[in-house]
Design a protein around this ligand. Structure first.
Ligand code: FES
Length: 119
Protein backbone atom coordinates (compact mmCIF):
# COMPACT_ATOMS: atom_id res chain seq x y z
CA UNK A 1 0.00 0.00 0.00
CA UNK A 2 1.10 3.57 -0.22
CA UNK A 3 0.14 6.94 1.08
CA UNK A 4 -3.62 7.27 1.64
CA UNK A 5 -5.54 10.51 2.06
CA UNK A 6 -7.04 10.66 5.55
CA UNK A 7 -7.93 14.34 6.06
CA UNK A 8 -7.82 17.72 4.44
CA UNK A 9 -4.97 19.86 5.74
CA UNK A 10 -7.43 22.44 7.08
CA UNK A 11 -9.34 19.81 9.09
CA UNK A 12 -6.84 20.03 11.96
CA UNK A 13 -5.71 23.14 13.78
CA UNK A 14 -2.27 23.13 15.42
CA UNK A 15 -2.53 21.36 18.77
CA UNK A 16 -5.39 19.06 17.82
CA UNK A 17 -5.97 15.43 16.91
CA UNK A 18 -8.36 13.24 14.96
CA UNK A 19 -9.06 9.50 14.80
CA UNK A 20 -8.97 7.86 11.36
CA UNK A 21 -8.76 4.31 10.04
CA UNK A 22 -6.28 3.29 7.37
CA UNK A 23 -6.15 -0.02 5.50
CA UNK A 24 -2.75 -1.68 5.44
CA UNK A 25 -1.14 -3.77 2.73
CA UNK A 26 -2.61 -6.96 4.17
CA UNK A 27 -6.13 -5.51 4.14
CA UNK A 28 -6.29 -4.89 7.87
CA UNK A 29 -8.00 -1.66 8.91
CA UNK A 30 -5.78 0.04 11.50
CA UNK A 31 -6.82 2.72 13.99
CA UNK A 32 -4.59 5.77 13.59
CA UNK A 33 -4.56 9.08 15.43
CA UNK A 34 -3.46 12.00 13.29
CA UNK A 35 -1.99 14.75 15.44
CA UNK A 36 -1.08 18.24 14.42
CA UNK A 37 1.66 19.42 16.73
CA UNK A 38 1.69 22.94 18.11
CA UNK A 39 4.39 23.82 15.55
CA UNK A 40 1.93 22.88 12.77
CA UNK A 41 3.57 19.57 11.78
CA UNK A 42 1.42 16.52 11.12
CA UNK A 43 2.07 13.12 12.68
CA UNK A 44 0.35 9.73 12.54
CA UNK A 45 0.53 7.25 15.42
CA UNK A 46 -1.13 3.98 16.23
CA UNK A 47 -4.32 4.92 18.07
CA UNK A 48 -3.79 2.65 21.04
CA UNK A 49 -1.93 3.42 24.23
CA UNK A 50 0.81 0.86 24.87
CA UNK A 51 -0.13 0.71 28.56
CA UNK A 52 -3.76 -0.41 28.63
CA UNK A 53 -4.95 -0.26 25.03
CA UNK A 54 -7.27 2.74 25.26
CA UNK A 55 -7.66 4.99 22.23
CA UNK A 56 -5.31 7.97 22.38
CA UNK A 57 -7.80 9.84 20.20
CA UNK A 58 -10.36 9.79 23.02
CA UNK A 59 -8.34 12.52 24.70
CA UNK A 60 -9.32 16.09 23.91
CA UNK A 61 -7.17 18.61 22.09
CA UNK A 62 -5.53 19.56 25.40
CA UNK A 63 -3.73 16.21 25.09
CA UNK A 64 -1.46 17.73 22.44
CA UNK A 65 1.44 19.65 23.93
CA UNK A 66 4.50 20.65 21.97
CA UNK A 67 5.45 17.57 19.98
CA UNK A 68 3.76 15.01 22.21
CA UNK A 69 0.34 13.59 22.93
CA UNK A 70 -0.87 12.59 26.39
CA UNK A 71 -2.85 9.46 27.12
CA UNK A 72 -6.06 10.62 28.82
CA UNK A 73 -6.28 7.64 31.17
CA UNK A 74 -3.02 7.66 33.14
CA UNK A 75 -1.07 10.53 31.64
CA UNK A 76 1.87 8.97 29.79
CA UNK A 77 3.05 11.30 27.03
CA UNK A 78 4.15 9.92 23.64
CA UNK A 79 6.62 11.71 21.40
CA UNK A 80 4.95 12.36 18.04
CA UNK A 81 8.21 11.70 16.13
CA UNK A 82 9.31 8.50 17.83
CA UNK A 83 6.23 7.13 19.60
CA UNK A 84 8.25 6.71 22.79
CA UNK A 85 6.65 7.44 26.14
CA UNK A 86 8.36 10.11 28.20
CA UNK A 87 7.40 8.43 31.44
CA UNK A 88 5.35 5.71 33.16
CA UNK A 89 3.07 3.96 33.38
CA UNK A 90 3.56 3.30 29.62
CA UNK A 91 7.02 1.86 28.90
CA UNK A 92 6.68 0.76 25.25
CA UNK A 93 6.44 3.00 22.20
CA UNK A 94 3.38 3.26 19.98
CA UNK A 95 3.83 2.88 16.20
CA UNK A 96 4.60 6.03 14.22
CA UNK A 97 3.62 5.96 10.56
CA UNK A 98 4.79 7.93 7.56
CA UNK A 99 2.67 11.09 7.32
CA UNK A 100 2.90 13.80 4.68
CA UNK A 101 0.95 16.80 3.43
CA UNK A 102 0.49 17.23 -0.30
CA UNK A 103 -1.80 19.59 -2.21
CA UNK A 104 -3.87 20.32 0.87
CA UNK A 105 -4.33 16.68 1.86
CA UNK A 106 -2.91 14.78 4.83
CA UNK A 107 -1.59 11.39 3.71
CA UNK A 108 -0.65 8.38 5.84
CA UNK A 109 1.11 5.13 4.98
CA UNK A 110 0.59 2.53 7.71
CA UNK A 111 2.97 0.13 5.99
CA UNK A 112 5.88 2.47 6.62
CA UNK A 113 6.60 2.62 10.32
CA UNK A 114 9.29 4.81 11.74
CA UNK A 115 11.75 3.09 14.03
CA UNK A 116 11.28 3.95 17.68
CA UNK A 117 13.97 6.39 18.63
CA UNK A 118 14.34 7.81 15.14
CA UNK A 119 13.73 11.54 15.06
S1 FES B 1 -3.82 3.56 29.48
FE1 FES B 1 -2.50 5.08 28.64
S2 FES B 1 -1.12 5.54 30.24
FE2 FES B 1 -2.43 4.01 31.06
Amino acid sequence: MSLVRVLAEHDLEPGSLRAVEVRGEDGTLLPVVVVRAEDGGYHALGDECSHQSVLLSEGDDDAVEGCSVECWLHGSRFDLRTGRPSGPPAVSPVPVYRCEVSDGDVLVDVDQRQQAGAA
